[in-house]
Design a protein around this ligand. Structure first.
Ligand code: ADP
Length: 218
């Protein structure tokens, strides 16, 4: 279903979101106070607008109230990001998602009602660290400081073994959510089917337990 989004701030983060949403066929209003940024995004947004996101009157005039979902991607100018978020929440926008620059920025955004707060550099840094430290990790989702979901490649070590033999929950305290075999995702893998090198495990657990599983079982 086609949805409507407004994005305020077209730096690297805001413009990437804008391009992707537009590419997915959604209606996207791209806003920045820098004319050059507006020119660059023009072919990748439904509408563009040169405006200051801290200017309440300007936001009202463009009918930002009609948007159900607004992304504030002004991060460097923390004051502007906070003020803009405050206006949007005061106007009753149901979903205001904001990029935070640091921990203090995050805390203030939380207090003023931001519905989701992003730390893209921090999250990407964590993901890259995971990839760097294990060649088996294919993908990785951080659930909290302690828990994640990882997609891990099975090595020849598991060849011919079954899930019963791996006994992942009892030995490592992790849960297998799905197994990808020959490109097919199986969310209810049989406990007694033989596993092969190259099978991919999608598994949830604490970071410590997941590391043990990778090192000892695969
Ligand atoms: P990134 O790290 O994603 O590149 P930046 O903080 O560098 O993020 O980019 C922020 C963008 O937000 C810039 O394009 C800047 O012109 C824009 N911007 C900054 N302040 C405002 C504001 N008050 N209103 C609208 N756009 C703004």
């Amino acid at each position: 279903m086609k949805k409507q989004f407004a994005i305020i701030g077209l730096g690297r983060f805001g413009s990437s979101i804008c391009r992707e949403l537009y590419h997915m066929g959604h209606e996207v209003l791209a806003i920045d106070k820098d004319e050059k940024k507006i020119e660059h995004i023009a072919d990748f947004a439904t509408h563009t607008l040169l405006a200051d996101g801290t200017d309440e009157a300007a936001l009202t005039k463009i009918g930002i109230r009609n948007f159900n979902h607004v992304i504030v991607a002004i991060a460097e100018d923390i004051q502007a990001s906070i003020l803009c978020t405050l206006h949007l929440k005061d106007m009753g926008i149901p979903k205001v998602w904001v990029k935070a620059q640091n921990h203090y920025h995050h805390k203030v955004l939380e207090k003023i009602g931001a519905d989701k707060i992003f730390h893209p550099e921090h999250d990407m840094g964590n993901r890259i660290a995971q990839f760097l430290t294990s060649e088996k990790v294919i993908d990785y989702i951080d659930l909290s400081a302690d828990y994640s979901i990882v997609e891990i490649l099975g090595t020849p070590k598991i060849s011919g073994k079954t899930l019963i033999e791996l006994n992942v929950r009892a030995r490592f305290g992790c849960t297998i959510l799905a197994i990808k075999q020959n490109g097919k995702v199986n969310i209810t893998p049989e406990p007694d089917i033989p596993l092969n090198a190259g099978d991919v495990f999608i598994i949830i657990g604490s970071k410590q337990d997941l590391r043990r599983f990778q090192e000892e079982a695969l």
